[in-house]
Design a protein around this ligand. Structure first.
Ligand code: NAD
Length: 248
């Protein structure tokens, strides 16, 4: 197994890419604490995972990712229960398709708070442990839009460009502690939200993707497994695009 005994925290782990990543990590022998925004959704995800992996360590938490003290308290408890921390995946994120004319500052702040300020908070907390033990992996979920931007929802690409900058810079700064920092940048990925979109909207998107299909959450999860594993022990500061070559 590639991630035997790897103690991992995944934000946005209650559904979509985060839940698929939790499953892939458990499959490879990791211990997983997943974070979501609400107790009910976290418990639903935990029940699903516990059925599939009855003998694995699985914990669910729902800290307010905007609040340093709350994240620290819940992360500290989870890390104590897991017996340490080896890997953090900053995956929680929100997007929107509002036009610039209709954007207001509160909305802009809300997207930036979750997509870039929260990864800063979570990384700050886990890096204290990782620096002391002189090893660790921090992984971020970026996006295909971090290359070319988007035609609406300006806060989202802004946050993902920032997340790439955070990834590259933190990788350089923490390398001396044997901490690797990388990001995975998914293309359009078939999460629950996309499954609700009618086929007539999906087909034109697929036509723009050279590999001729949408990404599956498992495609992104596999990239995280690789980057968290020792197979990637000399890889840091990379933005791995997993998008079938799809570009907006
Ligand atoms: P999703 O909407 O299915 O899941 C989002 C997760 O984030 C959920 O677990 C949710 O609990 C959590 N979350 C949302 N708001 C939160 C909040 N305020 N506080 C704490 N947690 C909160 O999304 P997904 O498609 O699986 O996306 C996961 C990541 O992948 C995001 O960072 C997203 O930007 C990125 N991404 C997704 C796609 C795609 O096509 N699905 C493409 C590129 C990048």
């Amino acid at each position: 197994m590639l991630l035997e005994n790897i103690k991992t925290i995944i934000t946005g782990g209650s559904r979509g890419i985060g839940l698929a990543t939790a499953k892939a990590f458990l499959q490879e022998g990791a211990l997983v604490t997943l974070c979501g925004s609400r107790k009910e959704t976290v418990e639903k995800a935990m029940n699903e995972l516990k059925k599939e992996f009855p003998n694995s360590f699985i914990k669910g938490i729902y800290p307010d990712l905007k609040n340093f003290d709350d994240v620290k308290k819940q992360f500290d408890e989870a890390i104590k229960e897991m017996g340490g921390i080896d890997c953090l995946i900053n995956n929680a994120g929100i997007s929107d398709d509002k036009t610039f004319e209709t954007y207001d500052i509160d909305h802009f702040d809300n997207v930036l708070d979750l997509n870039i300020r929260a990864p800063f908070i979570c990384s700050k907390i886990v890096s204290e442990y990782m620096i002391k033990q002189k090893h660790g992996v921090i992984l971020n979920t970026s996006s295909m839009v971090s290359r070319d931007g988007m035609t609406a929802g300006v806060a989202y690409p802004t946050s993902k460009f920032a997340l790439n900058g955070f990834t590259l810079s933190l990788a350089r700064e923490l390398a001396k502690y044997n901490i690797r920092v990388n990001a995975v940048a998914p293309g359009v990925t078939y999460t629950d939200m996309m499954r609700a979109v009618p086929e007539e909207y999906i087909q034109p998107i697929i036509k723009t993707i050279p590999l001729q299909r949408l990404g599956e959450p498992e495609d992104i999860a596999n990239a995280f497994v690789f980057l968290a594993s020792d197979k990637a022990s000399y890889i840091s500061g990379q933005i791995l695009h997993v998008d079938g070559l799809g570009r907006v």
